[in-house]
Design a protein around this ligand. Structure first.
Ligand SMILES: [Zn+2]
Length: 245
């Protein structure tokens, strides 16, 4: 199936475009998932002229795979920092989330993918805003009003009410496909998970698990033990059906 993406080239990069395309958004048709570098060169701009590429408000590298409906902005070396600041998505250096109450399913899914997702059912809007500010966390919410809170620097309003669609929204918005590391975050408490020896957790294991499994992980915070049993299979299935690029 043929896809299309919109490209905007800035400043001196338009030197390579024909006069009719210089000030227009260029609709680029493609098949599959080509590297963005190839698409840029196919349009006529040599990659050596390109300094910064922004896709859907996030900065990407030359190896980024183009997907359907992407909105691409391409900047040359002389693009001013100020322009870029306005173009780039507001996100902290390290992507960490705090979720509004009622988003428990999304929190579990994010943790399953190894993403830092703080979630508690009893937090007030004020507390969420304070924690977000203190820990540089991105607020995820269905409440537009919460995002207007003065203390919040980073936030995203979830469009869907379905937790799986919400997960896809968040992954796309923050370009997280390459940051997914299953078995690194505790699904129960968001603590860090580390690999541990069988001996270290032997006492807490069900008899069948003791018998059939040898690889174990444990949450540093709540001490919950994980192994690659049926839960792991479900997780792998879950990640597969997300159809990440
Ligand atoms: Zn835990």
């Amino acid at each position: 199936m043929q896809h299309s993406a919109t490209f905007c080239f800035h400043k001196s990069l338009t030197d390579f475009l024909s006069p009719s395309l210089k000030h227009a958004a260029i609709s680029y048709k493609f098949n599959g998932a080509p590297a963005i570098k190839d698409a840029i060169e196919a349009i006529g701009i040599p990659h050596t002229e390109v300094h910064i590429i922004v896709v859907n408000n996030c900065q990407v590298g030359f190896d980024y795979s183009l997907t359907d409906n992407d909105e691409v902005q391409v900047f040359p070396f002389e693009a001013s920092r100020e322009v870029l600041k306005n173009m780039l998505l507001q996100k902290p250096a390290q992507v960490k989330f705090i979720l509004d109450v009622h988003l428990g399913k999304l929190a579990k899914s994010l943790r399953m993918l190894g993403l830092d997702a703080m979630y508690k059912t009893n937090l007030s809007d004020k507390t969420i805003a304070e924690i977000a500010a203190l820990e540089d966390r991105i607020v995820l919410t269905r409440d537009v009003g919460l995002l207007k809170h003065r203390a919040i620097s980073y936030g995203y309003w979830l469009r869907s009410q379905n937790s799986e669609e919400q997960l896809s929204e968040v992954i796309k918005r923050y370009n997280l496909a390459s940051e997914i590391k299953p078995f690194t975050k505790c699904i129960a408490c968001n603590g860090d998970i580390i690999q541990v020896s069988k001996e270290a957790v032997l006492e807490s294991l069900p008899a069948k698990t003791k018998e059939y499994f040898n690889e174990f992980f444990q949450c540093k915070n709540c001490k919950r033990v994980y192994w690659k049993g049926s839960h792991y299979e479900r997780m792998i299935e879950f990640i597969k059906q997300l159809k990440l690029p």
